[in-house]
Design a protein around this ligand. Structure first.
Ligand SMILES: Cc1cc2nc3c(=O)[nH]c(=O)nc-3n(C[C@H](O)[C@H](O)[C@H](O)COP(=O)(O)OP(=O)(O)OC[C@H]3O[C@@H](n4cnc5c(N)ncnc54)[C@H](O)[C@@H]3O)c2cc1C
Length: 401
């Protein structure tokens, strides 16, 4: 039997698992990455906040995909609910807080290709193309049986295996989850008029309809709808769908052409009750799933990856056990506030859109009005959005581990 021994094993080769593995191995930690070959076509894009870009740059990833990303210099929020109490339009400009852009939007496939290429370059990172099938937690290590009949053992497993995480189950960690009466449809579009590096989020009564710039005359769209509308919208041919999107976007970017590939994602939120125990630390969607509102999910996941990397490197430097209870407890403490505050903010914004309760709509309108009118408040919110005060791991500050 083929047995690999590593200091840390990362399970899952999505964007978060790859980032965690690169961060660890780049700092000299002997790392094994167990990654199944991709099976699903992902046409999604991700708006990477400036601090996430700094981390990817520090890890030598960003230079490999920067030319595939579009800067988001401005973010516009438009109340398109036609309700009695509507919020004013608010526009945030990155220049107001001295940044060239709030975020950079990139197709997931380009980001993954850059991460995979970087991972191949690092000698202390061993990638194993297999599925993790069984996990046994011992006193001094963790042993993972693989679909290729091999085994990996390590002091710590980083569970980056997505929302149906085997690592989470092996650690004995439960989740709290909720479903939303919403489905996100994702498309990429070519359009006639320039987007002006501005992301526009129309708030509708069924959820946000968000156009996010891609390089050139292209944008990605996250279109959150009532599940009852999904059969009709998915049955539309490209021309019919383009017409519907032009109408809903008030022809903001002119004539639209739908690119191949459509995604359909029922929305829900799920947060693990603990982010680590029993020699397992959870990162990315294994730890938290949230609706695609406000571009939070992967950015949080990258902060998880940077944090676990930082803790492992520090523990190892002090001669400690990288899978110790002390390390997983510290990881839990360092991540909880960031994840909880982001989940609550996304949930509140989403509920205020769905709710017919006038005071809640009023509060949303007032909040956005105050943001529009009060410069220091607006700038504080922008800074917090780009670089959350609750969590700035070293990589997000541009410092190596
Ligand atoms: C419509 C939509 C739009 C979004 N837009 C944004 C955005 O703009 N900004 C943002 O920050 N976030 C966004 N998100 C969230 C973001 O996509 C997720 O946070 C991110 O993809 C999670 O990455 P991950 O690596 O944790 O999980 P995944 O990408 O799910 O990767 C998990 C990996 O683990 C592998 N795996 C699973 N089980 C095993 C096993 N047993 N053995 C080996 N491998 C295994 C899987 O094959 C997969 O490769 C969006 C989400 C949606 C639905």
């Amino acid at each position: 039997m083929n047995r690999t021994i590593a200091e840390v094993v990362v399970v899952g080769g999505g964007p978060v698992g790859l980032t965690a593995a690169i961060a660890l191995a780049n700092a000299g930690v002997e790392t094994a990455l167990v990654a199944m070959a991709g099976t699903v076509d992902d046409n999604r894009t991700t708006a990477l906040l400036a601090s996430s870009v700094t981390a990817l740059d520090t890890l030598g990833v960003w230079a490999r995909c920067a030319d595939q990303a579009a800067p988001l210099m401005r973010m516009r929020l438009v109340d398109d609910t036609a309700r009695l109490l509507r919020a004013p339009e608010v526009c945030f400009d990155a220049a107001e807080i001295g940044l060239p852009a709030f975020a950079y939007n990139i197709e997931n496939r380009h980001l993954l290709a850059a991460l995979e290429a970087r991972a191949r370059d690092i000698p202390s990172l061993q990638s194993i193309a297999a599925k993790a099938e069984n996990i046994t937690v011992g006193d001094s290590d963790i042993v993972i049986s693989l679909s290729n009949s091999g085994q990996v053992s390590a002091g710590l497993a980083v569970g980056a295996d997505g929302r149906r995480s085997l690592c989470r189950a092996a650690a004995g960690i439960e989740t709290e989850s909720r479903r939303y009466p919403q489905t996100a449809l994702t498309f990429n579009l070519a359009h006639a008029r320039p987007h002006g590096e501005t992301s526009t989020e129309f708030h509708t009564a069924s959820g946000p309809f968000t156009l996010v710039p891609l390089p050139g005359l292209r944008s990605s769209l996250v279109f959150v709808v009532d599940p009852a509308d999904v059969p009709r919208l998915t049955a539309l041919d490209d021309a019919g769908l383009a017409g519907e999107i032009e109408r809903r976007s008030h022809s903001l970017v002119g004539k639209i052409t739908i690119e191949p590939g459509r995604g359909v994602f029922p929305l829900g939120a799920e947060v693990a009750r603990r982010f680590g125990q029993n020699r397992i630390a959870l990162v990315g969607e294994a730890a938290h799933v949230m609706p695609p509102i406000g571009a939070q999910g992967l950015n949080l996941g990258l902060r998880d990856a940077a944090t676990i990397g930082e803790l492992v490197v520090a523990t190892r430097r002090d001669g400690g056990d990288v899978g110790s209870r002390e390390l997983t407890d510290r990881y839990e403490r360092m991540r909880r506030a960031d994840v909880t505050s982001r989940s609550l903010a996304v949930d509140l914004l989403n509920r205020s859109l769905l709710s017919d309760f006038l005071p809640l709509q009023g509060a949303r309108g007032l909040g956005l009005y105050l943001l529009d009118q009060i410069g220091p408040l607006r700038r504080a919110v922008m800074r917090e959005g780009v670089a959350p005060a609750a969590s700035q791991p070293r990589l997000m500050r541009g410092e190596a581990l």
